[in-house]
Design a protein around this ligand. Sequence first.
Ligand code: GLC
Length: 456
Amino acid sequence: MFPPRWHSSSRKTDEGELVSRRLAALICVALTGGVLVAACGGGGGSSSGGSSGGGGKSVSGAKVIDPNSMNKPPKGTIHYCQGKDTTGDAHAKVKLFNQKYASQGYKAVLTEFPASADAQRAQFIQRQQAKSNDCDVFSSDVIWTAEFASQKWLYDMTPYINKFKGKFIAAPLETIHYAGKYWGVPFASDAAFIFYRTDKVSTPPTTWQQVYQQAAQKGGIVYQGAPYEGLTCDFLELAFAAGGSVLSPDGKKSTFNSPQNVKALTLMTDGIKHGSAPKAVTTYMEPETDQAWTTGKYAFMRNWTYAYAADNKAPSKVAGKYKVAPLPAFEGGGKAGILGGHNAVISVYTKNPGLALKFADFSASDQWQKEQLLKFSLASVIPGVYSEADVKKSVPYASELLQALSQAKARPVSPVYPQISEAIYTNVNNALAGRESPQAAIKAADSAISKALQTF
Ligand code: GLC
């Protein structure tokens, strides 16, 4: 039996346990009559757990933000860095901010980093190591909080968050909580869907096994199989659903070498061997997945929420021809997903922390949160947005979005998470490309994870 992950736990957490907290919080956004409503104003923020945990770690001596500094900061320009703006949401956000504040002498400029999450991280690290103020505000993936905070690269945003805690859904809020402090402003939550072609598939499959079987007959599935962070997510979605895990509950040991993880990987490698997925997925990140999907050839795609809006635009050949479903169960296991998303973090090297905060605050404003959901299908971090009349009307996938977010689990929280993830995606990619058996790949990742854990 697959252990229910819906209970709340006070135990010190592994990635599965973390989820129950996040989940409990997300359930605050309840589903009523097919639409999302705010059942409670999150906040949760109960510091005790979550990514937060930080395993008793402490980060001292960080610069602390003054929440009032955003009210009348010195005039000037701040630079907002984020990954490649493939959908246009970042340009739209910067434009709106500038329209609103230009007359007061405030301006934001966008700096785009590559599409790959790992490359974005590397770009930010380079700048922080050089103590550069190239990025006043950075769109930080939910998995980087522990590392960046430990390095003392981020403003401690606790006083700001404490002031506005009540407005956030607790799951995304927990992703900026580390070592008892808050290190950013959540602005986009994320989870994946199975996209399916309504002209090829009548109802979405209920298990991953069915997805792969049907894919073989109806045109195939595309997903992110390149060796980078995205593949860690794609793999862990199946692995967690199969009942697998990455770390022991105390976060100290690898639990990666398990029959459940081997099963999950075997389904994926067989999928490529037997024609459910093209071998090219081993080179796909998100943009390549969209390119393949919008050719119209494939029956299924695994991708994040943004693709709902992005792939519906000309010249897409699948516009109007697909729906989304929350990720299915793994036979003999249960349902799972991976919690993604981004937080606006402020670099300690900024010369205008007040203006940087103004921009971060704008990213989480009702105005922008609504716009990013309606136009770019990015999941709001404010529950109230989901219950607004025009949102209810124009987000046909609202109930699927709620379920996808609700079943999403955190990736392991650790300052060495990037090394853990690299161990996973490198070996999983080796298996997908046929260079290693699933067993050997899981074993190799397990020993690399153990090594990474010894480094801190
Ligand atoms: C999405 C998610 C992010 C994840 C990344 C992997 O951007 O929001 O959390 O790490 O995809 O490619």
